[in-house]
Write a protein that binds this ligand. Structure first.
Ligand code: HEM
Length: 237
């Protein structure tokens, strides 16, 4: 290879590496705790939350979600406080990520990428379930209509096979918020249109797609922004 091409190759490779001190992604060790939430797992994999997934506090959540994805404290505190009610750490102000597996606290039936509690594992990424969800995401970006269809169809499929299927009204609302979160973090706070490949990377690899060009929102993502996105998804359902 000529020197100028070699130099070009080196410069291109280096510029693709995390910069601005973006925390490196590492897969979890076998003893690290992980949750049914693809984003909390992702943030632990980058070190925005404790990498071992143990003794996570509300401050860890507020700071970690703000630094990594610019989520406002007003959007983090409510689910964070509910998360603390699952705590098995012996300290009511911390929880372990796998405490969130508890059914009917935040974890619910008809997840986009996990099986139902009834089938024995409600927290591990399930590629068969996600593959089906992803069939609704046919273009480079995900519209509100597609996100809403993926969600409704997953609910219908889960209800058809789980004899103990049960989603409360609150769980329906929470599942709308979960779709709103991926639309807002990987798309636009007004138009949605999450980048399909970035959403795929979140779910499949539990990694922030920094190398693929994603950057955290320059605007803080507030609870009101999420309510707006939920309204769009509800209208598209
Ligand atoms: C305090 C903050 C958070 C807590 C305590 C939390 C907790 C949870 C839990 C327990 C679930 C499982 C629900 C289920 O059974 O499907 C879940 C799902 C989910 N969370 Fe989070 N989460 C938080 C923040 C976020 C953020 C910031 C995002 C941003 C993208 C996010 C994205 C999702 C998505 C997309 C799902 C659905 C997963 C699926 O259906 O397979 N979460 N979260």
């Amino acid at each position: 290879m000529q020197l100028k091409y070699l130099l070009f190759a080196i410069v291109s490779a280096v510029s693709a590496l995390p910069s601005e001190n973006f925390p490196i992604w590492l897969p979890p060790n076998p003893t690290d705790r992980r949750s049914p939430c693809p984003m909390l797992n992702t943030l632990a994999n980058h070190g925005f939350l404790p990498r071992n997934g143990v003794n996570v506090s509300l401050d860890d959540l507020v700071n970690g979600l703000s630094e990594s994805i610019n989520l406002a404290a007003d959007a983090t505190i409510t689910p964070g406080e509910i998360a603390l009610t699952t705590s098995t750490t012996g300290n009511a102000s911390t929880f372990n990520l796998d405490d969130l597996d508890k059914h009917h606290i935040l974890e619910h039936d008809a997840s986009l990428s996990r099986n139902d509690f009834y089938f024995g594992d409600d927290h591990t990424f399930n590629s068969t379930i996600w593959d089906h969800t992803a069939t609704y995401f046919t273009g480079p970006t995900i519209s509100f209509t597609e996100a809403a269809a993926a969600r409704s169809n997953r609910i219908a499929r889960a209800a058809a096979v789980n004899p103990q299927f049960n989603m409360t009204a609150t769980e329906h609302t929470n599942s709308y918020f979960e779709s709103a979160l991926y639309m807002g973090v990987f798309g636009n706070l007004t138009t949605g249109n999450a980048v399909t490949n970035w959403v795929e990377i979140l779910f499949r690899q539990e990694r922030l797609p920094y190398l693929e060009g994603w950057r955290k929102s320059t605007e803080e993502i507030t609870f009101d922004d999420l309510v707006y996105l939920v309204d769009q998804l509800t209208a598209a359902t």
